[in-house]
Design a protein. Structure first.
Length: 145
């Protein structure tokens, strides 16, 4: 069980504590705060795809209760009771696609990335190509004045 106070940042960016590489997860998607009394608060950080508790989109911080189901975007579920409280919850229904988050503190270089499949790898590759093209155009613009 994690002891408060502690903040866990959730999103696609490398510096997050919990990374999801699903295409609709933002770089800084959400945040979990554990206070001194071990209350667990979830906040959406203005993400486009939203954060959901028990199927409802949240816009303000909420305190999580035992049994609450957390989802980021359309498919990324997070078993917060297991990862934060250290206990498994029973799932009445399995989601269509589940991303299993891994804390960034683990030793394996592959372990701090969570992928949703080939589609996410293709999306990441396309973004890298687009970034390279933009950088190349910028350099050419500077050189040619």
């Amino acid at each position: 069980m994690m002891k408060g106070p502690k903040i866990l940042r959730i999103g696609q960016a490398e510096e997050n504590d919990v990374r999801f590489l699903d295409s609709d997860i933002g770089p800084a998607h959400a945040e979990i705060f554990i206070d001194n009394e071990n209350n667990v608060f979830l906040t959406d950080l203005g993400s486009r795809a939203h954060t959901f508790v028990n199927g409802k989109s949240i816009s303000d911080p909420v305190i999580l209760q035992a049994g609450d189901k957390v989802r980021f975007g359309s498919t990324a579920t997070y078993d917060w009771e297991y990862y934060i409280l250290g206990r498994r919850t029973e799932r009445k229904e399995e989601p269509k696609k589940v991303s299993k988050p891994v804390s960034s503190g683990q030793s394996s270089p592959k372990s701090n990335q969570v992928t949703g499949g080939k589609k996410d790898n293709i999306n990441r590759d396309l973004w890298m190509i687009l970034a390279a093209i933009v950088l190349l155009l910028f350099v050419l613009n500077v050189i040619t004045g």
